[in-house]
Design a protein around this ligand. Structure first.
Ligand code: FAD
Length: 623
């Protein structure tokens, strides 16, 4: 039976990719259906209830700059906020929040239920309707058919999901949820390359059975950071501390003693796990010289007794989990509420996707999130937003929307996936971006909000707030550039107390901020020069734009140079060994990958900018 209404876009899966995809598509005016297993699990965090961190926080800010939900929901659900790397430069500063799992779900559901053009429906999607290599709809478990112009699949870890606890295993999408078997079979029958990955999660502990007094307390930052460019600290619920404890020699002995019943070490699990988020058994195996590993003891919510012990993800048998947990300081009497487990699932090679996240083989079919080999809510949300936007644009007969590597971490993420693929769960790091100084958390809105506005992702409220901020930055920057301080100015005495070299000639306020020992905030505390502008985000921009102007200009020049050479062709049979100065490793990598253009050569991992320059010079000389 066909459902009476036809949709522009259907999004399958209500996780982090699916909710951003559905909201983006509906915001852009496309008539959108979000079809998911269970309405109660919309926005559910399968693993750690935390959002952001280094590289990931950048993605969240970019999603927000494009009108997405993740940062707003985190502001409403975050129970501890921190700015990581706060003592380092602005490029690597990153926001991280511990979230109340239930409040996060509630915030996401609230946004979905209030979004115009969006219909929710609870059912499993079991099949796709494909005509002449074009997707035209989906079929649910009960045989109901929905028609649409484009379909976005965001089914996370559910495709052919197998859950492992010790040598026991069973089918599941994540603990407590069914797997997607029929859809996995359907997708496997299409011409995509498919493989298996795995991820894992720790046991959850009962807070009432832990001794927090012997653990190290960890408080959030003050003033409390916000995630969204529209966020206010007053949006946050009550803030709570986290704690730190450690594994010890005894813990490691228990783990080693259980490896003969570990699904990972006995070959039962074949999928590759996340290198940067390894299980505790993996850590002990790989870093055998370390006699202790840190555990962050994180509350799952304000009204929850559950504790997430971050750092001891495991798929060891339950009896080993019990022993290893109880060997840890403060956990001696711990009760496990939910056992830890690993899950293996299908993912599809993202090299079979276009940069718009549309699949190359089936027109109108988009993939986003964990299905593309990534791990993490933030990576999923970012892809979801782009896939949802492009599915909407396609249904409206418009050009696709993509972001370049020099414009956004989202651009880096999708370009990495679509050009290089991945062999292990892919997570974002700042080191993956070539132009870190430009792709900062703090300027994500300046980089992206007007692009989002152009395609209908950004609503009037966000647009007005953004424009007021731009105006405040511009006016204050002009004032700082045009206000001169001569050596007899009333502020000089106060200024000389801060400056290393006293003011002996005329300086603009901008010149003074450029001095390493001075900040905008400090300068504005001097009576005749301040006060600082009221918009704090604008004030931060004013300072960063002045302090880092030289570096930023240099990076922009580099981008212009790279863009000029991006499409320079490399002959297919080119002999890389002819270029003197290239390392053997780079020659092997390039000879193997045979990139068509200089742009593609530069994106092969291990091929350095210096190697690309040598290649370019050689091609120009001999080409
Ligand atoms: P999900 O959040 O999994 O959402 C998928 C959605 O699709 C669900 O709502 C599901 O019900 C729905 N669905 C599935 N099949 C169908 C169907 N056929 N029809 C309708 N609806 C369907 N990330 C990290 O960053 N670090 C970690 O250490 C980490 N560990 C993890 C451990 C475990 C055990 C699990 C399960 C996940 C872990 N994650 C971790 C990953 C994180 O949860 C995911 O990256 C993120 O949730 C992916 O988002 P997604 O939207 O792609 O999929």
């Amino acid at each position: 039976m066909f459902y009476q209404q036809q949709f522009d876009v259907i999004v399958v899966g209500g996780g982090h990719a699916g909710t951003e995809a559905a909201l983006a598509s509906a915001r852009m005016g496309a008539n959108t259906l979000l079809l998911t297993h269970n309405i109660e699990t919309l926005g559910q965090m399968s693993c750690n209830p935390a959002i952001g961190g280094i590289g990931k926080g950048h993605l969240v800010k970019e999603i927000d700059a494009l009108g997405g939900a993740m940062a707003l929901a985190t502001d409403q659900a975050g129970i501890q906020f921190r700015t990581l790397n706060s003592s380092k430069g602005p490029a690597v500063r990153a926001t991280r929040a511990q979230a109340d799992r239930a409040l996060y779900r509630k915030a996401i559901r609230h946004m979905l239920e209030r979004q115009t053009n969006l219909t929710l429906f609870q059912q499993s999607c079991d099949d796709l309707i494909v005509e002449n290599d074009q997707v035209v709809g989906v079929i649910t478990q009960m045989g109901l058919k929905f028609k649409a112009k484009s379909v976005v699949i965001t089914v996370g870890t559910f495709l052919g999901g197998t859950i492992h606890i010790g040598l026991n295993n069973y089918k599941g999408g994540r603990a407590g949820d069914p797997p997607s078997i029929a859809l996995a079979d359907r997708l496997r029958a299409l011409p995509f390359r498919v493989d298996r990955l795995k991820t894992g999660t720790p046991a959850r502990l009962d807070a009432r059975t832990l001794d927090f007094s012997v653990m190290q307390e960890q408080l959030g930052d003050t003033p409390i950071p916000v995630f969204s460019f529209l966020g206010k600290t007053s949006d946050h619920p009550r803030q709570v501390p986290c704690y730190i404890t450690h594994t010890n020699e005894r813990t490691h002995e228990i783990i080693r003693g259980g490896l003969d019943r570990s699904p990972m070490y006995t070959g039962v699990i074949e999928g590759i796990g996340p290198r940067y988020c390894p299980s505790i058994e993996d850590k002990i195996h790989r870093f055998s010289d370390k006699d202790s590993h840190q555990i962050f003891v994180e509350p799952e919510g304000l009204d929850s007794i559950e504790i997430y012990p971050n750092g001891i993800s495991t798929s060891l048998p339950f009896d080993v989990q019990m022993d290893l947990v109880r060997s840890i300081k403060g956990f001696e009497n711990a009760h496990i509420i939910r056992p830890g487990y690993a899950i293996e699932y299908d993912f599809f090679d993202p090299r079979d996707l276009k940069q718009s996240l549309e699949t190359k083989f089936i027109a109108g079919l988009f993939f986003a999130g964990q299905i593309n080999g990534t791990t993490g809510y933030e990576e999923a949300g970012a892809q979801g937003l782009i896939a949802g936007a492009n599915a909407a644009l396609m249904s409206q007969g418009k050009e696709s929307f993509t972001l370049r590597r020099d414009e956004a971490y989202i651009g880096v993420l999708i370009d990495d996936l679509a050009t290089m693929g991945t062999k292990e769960p892919y997570r974002m790091f700042t080191s993956r971006a070539e132009y870190r100084l430009l792709l900062r958390e703090d300027n994500a809105d300046i980089r992206l909000t007007s692009k989002g506005r152009d395609i209908g992702l950004v609503d009037d409220n966000r647009w007005q707030i953004f424009n007021k901020k731009l105006e405040a930055i511009e006016l204050e920057s002009q004032r700082l550039r045009s206000t001169w301080i001569h050596p007899h100015h009333a502020a000089v005495e106060e200024l000389n107390k801060v400056l290393k070299n006293p003011v002996t000639k005329e300086n603009t306020l901008e010149d003074l901020i450029r001095r390493p020992e001075m900040t905008y905030q400090r300068l504005m505390q001097i009576e005749s020069l301040g006060p600082q502008i009221a918009n704090e985000q604008a004030a931060e921009q004013v300072e960063i734009q002045i302090k880092y102007a030289g570096y930023i200009e240099r990076q922009k020049d580099e981008i212009a140079k790279t863009l000029r050479n991006e499409d320079t062709m490399i002959p297919f049979d080119f002999d890389y060994s002819k270029i003197s100065g290239l390392s053997n490793e780079v020659v092997v990598k390039l000879s193997h990958a045979r990139p068509e253009t200089i742009g593609k050569a530069g994106r092969i991992s291990g091929v350095t900018p210096a190697a690309v320059s040598l290649l370019l010079v050689f091609l120009k000389k001999h080409g």
